[in-house]
Design a protein around this ligand. Structure first.
Ligand code: SAM
Length: 198
């Protein structure tokens, strides 16, 4: 598809209310928002991979936190801004200064995906966690301690499809204490929001 064709497809999808490029709120989004509001997070809060911006909007409206959202997908940043969320395009935590965030929220792309079945579009970025399901989660866990302020917290959504024990082990190896904030079981997976603190 040429850029021009892509742009008119975007316009048509937008006019019909379809969101072909941006992950829309689902059970996992709801669980992450619930955990952040119940915790509750406060101060300066980053939502990595904000998608439609719905989670950030919930946190903004239901806590006293100042919330910033980032996403690798420019369409997502635009949708989040339309919801009133301050959003910027970024890869994981790259632009953030050491010790600058009181809480970091992340509902990552987590589905284990055979490299032969990868599809090269924005929905792949939203859903695919690569072969292990943890190809975004691992570098996130390796860097997130750097950006946390003292007493900061990470709320990370983990699916049973992703290898729950491997995620907990990686977080512990980075010096985090790991607790379950909320957990919900569905027919095909159990979703957990982990609270990581130092
Ligand atoms: C499962 S969706 C979650 C969207 C939203 N937070 C929610 O809960 O409804 C994962 C999001 O992460 C974004 N993402 C993927 N890779 C990323 C990266 N390297 N840096 C930042 N965001 C990324 C995707 O574009 C997508 O919007």
């Amino acid at each position: 598809m040429t850029d021009e064709e892509q742009s008119s497809a975007d316009g048509l999808a937008d006019r019909r209310g379809m969101n072909v490029h941006v992950y829309q709120p689902a059970e996992d989004s709801g669980l992450l928002a619930q955990a952040a509001v119940e915790y509750p997070v406060s101060g300066t809060v980053l939502e990595v991979g904000t998608g439609s911006g719905w989670v950030s909007q919930q946190v903004q409206e239901k806590t006293d936190a100042r919330v910033v959202g980032t996403d690798i997908n420019p369409h997502a940043c635009r949708q989040a801004r339309e919801r009133g969320v301050e959003a910027a395009r970024a890869n994981l935590l790259t632009p953030f200064r050491d010790g600058s965030l009181d809480a970091v929220l992340f509902n990552p792309p987590y589905l284990p995906t055979d490299p032969d079945n990868e599809w090269d579009d924005w929905m792949e970025h939203a859903l695919s966690g690569g072969k292990s399901g943890r190809e975004l989660i691992d570098p996130f866990l390796d860097d997130v301690g750097r950006v946390l302020a003292p007493d900061g917290v990470v709320l990370l959504l983990v699916s049973s499809l992703t290898g729950f024990d491997a995620v907990v082990k990686r977080a512990e190896s980075q010096g985090f204490t790991v607790e379950t904030a909320v957990q919900e079981s569905y027919p095909f997976e159990t979703l957990t929001v982990l609270a990581l603190s130092e």
